[in-house]
Design a protein around this ligand. Sequence first.
Ligand code: DUC
Ligand code: ZN
Ligand code: ZN
Length: 455
Amino acid sequence: MGLIIKNGTIVTPTQTYKADIGVENEKIVAIGENLCDNNAKTVDASGKLVLPGAIDAHTHLEMPFGGTISADDYFAGTRAAVCGGTTTVFDFALQDFDESMVDTIKRRDALCAPKAASDYAFHIGVKDVHGDLINTMKDAVDYGVSSFKVFMVYDFGVTDGVFYQVLEKAKSCGALIGVHAENNDMVNMLCKKFISEGKTDAWYHYASRPEWVEGEADERAIQWAKSLNTSLYIVHLANKQGVEAVTKAKQEGYAIYAETCPQYLEFTSDVYKRDDARNFVCSPPMKGKESQDALWAAIKRGDIDTIATDHCPFQQHEKDWGKDDFTKIPNGCAGIENMYPYMLGKANDGVISFNKVVEICCANPASIFGCTSKGSLDIGKDADIVLYDKDKNFTISVDNMHSDYDHTIWEGKAIHGYPVQTYLRGHLVYDNGEFVGEKGMGKFIKRAPHRHKTK
Ligand code: DUC
Ligand code: ZN
Ligand code: ZN
């Protein structure tokens, strides 16, 4: 064996137990007591938790958006990811009009492959399925990209009819559709109304995208998936009405999956009253306390399947474009390095269990998105391993993050417990505050087709 991690406490979604882990050729090859190999490098993990690397299934790296490009490129974003214990990152490859789905993947992968410091996968952001383009979804699945996202908002959003067509095609070709659900018409109308009334500060970003603007769209999207008896993945769910719709659909037996993000679990719409409110502008916005409570309750009862970040940071001067007009603020916040430590910190504080964190940050995204080699500490899986010190206290600051942005909404947040080492396929890439990996070492993860569960 090349590496043995000894004396740690392994956490899976269902078990917590003491054992050593043996690694050879980037894979976990042994789990047991008293593993021994004189040729292996040995790491003592006494007193530490040994966790799978997390999977962040929702990021926007070097994405052209809001009149600029998101501040973390593929290197900075993936470097930051591994420093927070996330070893696989999903990015959105946004299709161009008239572009086949495989060309979309290849265009983005040409940018990503030389820079990635974590493993990575893509979802395709669908814009155009006219003519034969819809059939190229199947080519993408064969290429190893078995998920697509439709936006119900933004100038590149799709119509309801296109969304339905894409859902139907996905069912027949082994793909999962993710949806950014907000009612576009309502958002546009409310934005215009507030601006014309001189209501221009960042509070009106929230006021133009209130709970029901998202909840109503969630309900419609779920309705269409139900009518096709097909799976649907709701990204960045942030509101109570949507949570209730997801719970009901699950109880009825439909394969409706929900993702939420740490920012919705930590902040409420009160942040839009702060002086730096524009820095918190993302879509959907943070919601009220009732929605936040509903999200935590849904995590505890199993109705939220995954946690991801929607990482899409912008620099301060770009956020400042919207000082006097909230519609000019580029939408998005940082989070890629914070997700796993934040959720693990909640476990350390007794809010949820460590097993639950491993389930929703690692095992569930791996199984939902067909990452067959990722998401758990089992023999045969990639040796993506995080050593976690429950006693290490950490205060988030832009100065101790590993991204390229110049501010963070997480500034000053104290985290109880923190990752101390991250291994990517057995290679040490993060060591006590330092990135020690290499640009370009991340690999494209070819994923299995989505296995549709029908009612
Ligand atoms: N929301 C954001 O806040 N940023 C990126 C895209 C999105 O949907
Ligand atoms: Zn979105
Ligand atoms: Zn997003």
